[in-house]
Write a new protein. Sequence first.
Length: 80
Amino acid sequence: MGLADPAWGQAVAAVYVPYDPWVLPATLKAAIADRLSRFKHPKHWIPVADLPRNVQGKVNYPQVVAIAQQACTDHRMTKP
């Protein structure tokens, strides 16, 4: 998904559910390195325990976007 970015207008973010605790953003970056163009690589990697779903069991995209925006806002505020 695209999140607002002051430098680029939008930046790609990935919200994911790690299947093992050892799955780190570096592991995922390596997995997509030769499959996606560089500009399509997520700038923000946000792990979550579960993706929010609606009553039909589909992923609730607006809630995922809100989670990503909150995580990026929190990260920016805690940067030195």
